[in-house]
Write a protein that binds this ligand. Structure first.
Ligand code: G3P
Ligand code: MG
Length: 233
């Protein structure tokens, strides 16, 4: 079972910052998950459309300039990193699940992936591109059919099989609240992996291991890794 650090190791470091990504590596995560928006044509790593929740700034992320963004505190003196900065920091040492959160993020993603593959030692297998916005995933898949696509669902994953099939998706990502053994078995028959978010409670981690999910998004990679080891996974 893959352990994916949700917004980095975000229980112990400010979410979606370089510190959270470095800590996720130290905590032995298989992959990091991060959220991206677009600022001046560049992808930046932040969850919300608005700055208020996680930074010292206010207003819409996409109304900022990169220079303005670089002055904000994203927690503990950390900055809002660009995706390129995270790629440089990770430099091929773990997989990256890039969640396309902001509209218009598929366009700048494609050249960035190519650049990271050419100059930072990433293998295309290491990318997992996900989004609740399925048309952006279709755009990525059309441009790079070999890339792994994760179809995200909020709430009950209606038509998950059709959507995953249309996008030739690697995985379906859903809230743990909506997972059951039937969905898991059906998806396994179809050859699609199931990743669940956001699983932090140790008893819920154990439940997901028992169900046999392919991966979990967690804010606690180290604690989750220890639980998996104790269950010999
Ligand atoms: O990608 C899994 C999870 O991150 C999706 O929800 O809101 O945390 O980005 P959110
Ligand atoms: Mg996310």
């Amino acid at each position: 079972m893959k352990i994916i650090a949700h917004r980095g190791a975000s229980a112990d470091a400010p979410e979606n910052t370089l510190a959270a990504m470095e800590l996720a590596l130290e905590q032995d995560a298989d992959a990091i998950e991060l959220d991206v928006h677009c600022v001046e044509g560049e992808l930046v790593v932040i969850h919300d459309r608005y700055l208020d929740h996680t930074t010292s700034g206010q207003g819409l992320v996409h109304n900022m300039t990169l220079a303005q963004l670089a002055t904000l505190d994203a927690g503990g003196g950390q900055r809002v990193p660009t995706l390129w900065q995270v790629m440089q920091c990770v430099a091929g040492r773990c997989d990256i699940n890039i969640e396309l959160k902001g509209l218009g993020t598929a366009d700048p993603l494609l050249p960035l992936l190519a650049r990271a593959e050419q100059s930072l030692g990433f293998n295309p297998e290491q990318w997992l591109i996900s989004s609740f916005h399925h048309p952006m995933l279709a755009q990525v898949k059309q441009a790079r059919p070999e890339l792994k696509i994760g179809t995200l669902f909020a709430g009950c994953p209606l038509r998950y099989a059709e959507v995953a099939s249309e996008l030739n998706a690697h995985s379906v990502h859903l809230s743990a609240n909506f997972l059951d053994a039937e969905l898991l078995a059906d998806s396994r028959r179809r050859g699609t992996k199931i990743y669940v978010y956001t699983v932090d409670r140790p008893d819920e981690v154990a439940e997901m291991i028992e169900l046999g999910v392919d991966g979990i998004f967690t804010n606690y990679p180290a604690r989750t890794r220890a639980l998996c080891h104790s269950q010999r996974l």
